[in-house]
Design a protein around this ligand. Structure first.
Ligand code: N01
Length: 542
């Protein structure tokens, strides 16, 4: 028996363990994997890397950690981020309170004793007054039910469950299903390492070149010298990123400095020639910096057309280029994808693009994929088919609250939670970066620190006030959900043509609800702070 049981040892679970320990609580973390790192433990596929600069996608709670750690690249690859997670586990001696190789299969509230009781796959049990679900937003891999999938005799892989021992794909005929962030990152690397690569694409993607810069010592030092200011700026930025521009990283005449942050412009007022010229000078990624692209349908169409023109120029075979063009949804609907040589990869002789909208997959055979037009012989089949996002891990944990009501029952029409932190009927159970919080729309490490700090303070409040339980009122929860929906309305994220995992649209029969909070991280953080200042408005205690 401990004070707090935490499920998951990704960055959220690790920071929760460290924080709760520091406030004098006994903590047990339960983790399905054999080590720490969460997302960065499971997603080891070739090309995996983060889309937030590493100096920002890092913890701010320890100044000595900030100063000691060095990142080799501006946007680090998965092995470096996993190294960082391991360093944190060592530095703060976290592993002694983490039970690895243990998947939680039931989380049940014992009302009489005011305890959460958890059971793992192997039958081990744990109990605690508080339960913190640090189970991640993109942690349940989605594998579509393709007919005949079970009979495939070759190597089957999922990008989100990539084996620790790197599979040897050299010389093999490899197929990959899916062209989201994971597929787009993996495809160029796979093409280089395997014999032949067949890409099965259902929806073409808008992807722009990633920043590939190595870290420069002077830039890193400038960050380190300004870290307190940077962390403060993160707190006031919509996506939890400071946008700090080190003076030393920018040519003098670029007009960017710490004092003069980058200012986005608008695409619509520019002439077609000026639009092109800006993209030619600054790169295709510049298209994301035109702010009206996300708010104005006409500007969005202009940007989409321009994007397609650039793809046509990058891909040698005009038929392949046409297949790669997203045409039925706009920029800003889905999570922006970043790539390294994605389009150029389709100019290689060993890469074939199959549009499964034109020629759907009929079935997976023992040795490949049968589409309506032909059979593709494969030695290996990779699913880059994403995740049951945001709610998947919570619903899979079989959570039973007061009166034995399950979370699956409560959420049958979509997630209902107060601030993405707690649910009515589930006293003393907290979620880190749960649905209804900025979570995936924010720098995750910033969102995690804010949530864990808030939970830590809430537990402290309950304990120091001699209280037994804490949970939201249903009214507060419903008000918050209505607010979350209202701020998402009218954005590109919820356009009728948009089908994204943010909306649950990638999982058959999942309720179509925009799950993260799009109102901005600072606004959200201030709301959380105001609620505490107002005697935990919207919460009820026993
Ligand atoms: O998953 P996705 P992901 N038949 O859901 C296709 C984060 N991330 O793992 O669009 C054929 O985006 C599906 O097609 P469609 C990031 O937040 C970050 O790539 O449904 N295809 C789509 O092409 C990201 O957004 C980083 O028509 C099928 C693909 O599979 C999130 O994780 C890197 C199919 C799934 O794309 C998820 O990205 C990686 C079927 N039956 C991930 N079912 C970085 O930091 C699905 N698909 C850069």
């Amino acid at each position: 028996m401990v004070d707090v049981v935490v499920v998951g040892a990704g960055f959220a679970g690790m920071y929760a363990l460290h924080t709760f320990r520091r406030q004098g609580l006994s903590v047990q973390v339960i983790e399905a994997g054999s080590d720490v790192g969460g997302t960065w433990y499971w997603n080891r596929y070739p090309g995996a890397r983060c889309d937030v600069p590493s100096l920002e996608y890092s913890f701010g709670f320890s100044e000595s950690l900030e100063q000691d750690w060095s990142w080799p690249e501006v946007f680090s690859a998965q092995p470096e981020i996993l190294k960082y997670a391991n360093h944190i586990a060592d530095r703060f001696d976290l592993r002694r309170d983490i039970k690895f190789n243990s998947r939680v299969v039931e989380v049940r509230y014992d009302e009489t004793n005011n305890k959460w009781r958890l059971r793992t796959e192997s039958g081990e049990t744990f109990s605690a007054k508080y339960c913190v679900m640090a189970t991640g937003c993109l942690s349940v891999p989605n594998k579509p039910e393709l007919p005949g999938a079970e009979q495939f005799g070759g190597l089957e892989l999922h990008t989100g469950l990539w084996p620790k021992d790197e599979p040897d794909l050299s010389g093999l005929k490899v197929g990959i299903v899916g062209t989201g962030s994971s597929g787009v990152q993996a495809i160029p690397e796979l093409a280089k390492m395997c014999g032949e690569l067949t890409v099965f694409q259902r929806t073409p993607v808008y992807t722009v070149p990633a920043n590939r810069k190595a870290m420069r010592t002077a830039v890193e030092q400038e960050f380190k010298d300004n870290y307190r200011d940077i962390r403060a700026r993160q707190q006031d930025n919509q996506g939890g990123v400071s946008n700090f521009r080190p003076v030393k990283s920018v040519p003098k005449n670029a007009g960017l400095s710490v004092e003069q942050p980058y200012r986005a412009n608008e695409i619509k007022p520019l002439t077609p020639a000026a639009r092109r010229s800006q993209l030619e000078q600054k790169g295709l990624g510049e298209i994301l910096n035109f702010r009206d692209v996300y708010t104005d349908t006409e500007a969005n169409e202009i940007a989409n057309d321009l994007f397609r023109d650039f793809v046509r120029e990058m891909v040698a075979d005009p038929e392949v280029a046409e297949r790669l063009l997203p045409k039925d949804y706009g920029l800003g609907c889905k999570r922006q994808v970043l790539d390294r040589d994605y389009y150029a990869t389709f100019n290689r002789d060993n890469v074939t693009l199959v549009d499964v909208r034109d020629t759907p997959i009929q079935q997976i055979t023992t040795n490949g994929v049968q589409t309506t037009s032909q059979h593709f012989d494969l030695d290996a089949l990779i699913y880059a088919t994403g995740f049951d996002a945001m709610t998947g891990a919570l619903l899979k944990s079989d959570i039973h609250g007061r009166g034995d009501r399950t979370l699956n029952e409560k959420w049958q029409y979509g997630p209902q939670a107060y601030l993405g932190l707690q649910m009515e009927g589930f006293p003393n159970l907290f979620t880190v970066t749960g649905p209804g919080s900025p979570s995936v729309l924010c720098n995750m490490l910033v969102a995690i620190e804010q949530h864990v700090n808030w939970i830590s303070e809430a537990i402290n409040y309950v304990e120091s006030s001699g209280l037994r339980t804490m949970e939201p009122t249903e009214a507060a929860e419903l008000d918050w959900v209505a607010h979350v929906n209202s701020v998402a309305e009218g954005t590109m994220y919820t356009a009728p043509s948009c089908n994204s995992w943010y909306l649950g649209a990638n999982i058959p029969n999942k309720p179509r609800i925009f799950m993260p909070y799009v109102g901005g991280y600072p606004q959200y953080r201030e709301r959380c702070e105001a609620i505490v200042a107002n005697a935990y408005e919207g919460f009820q205690f026993t």
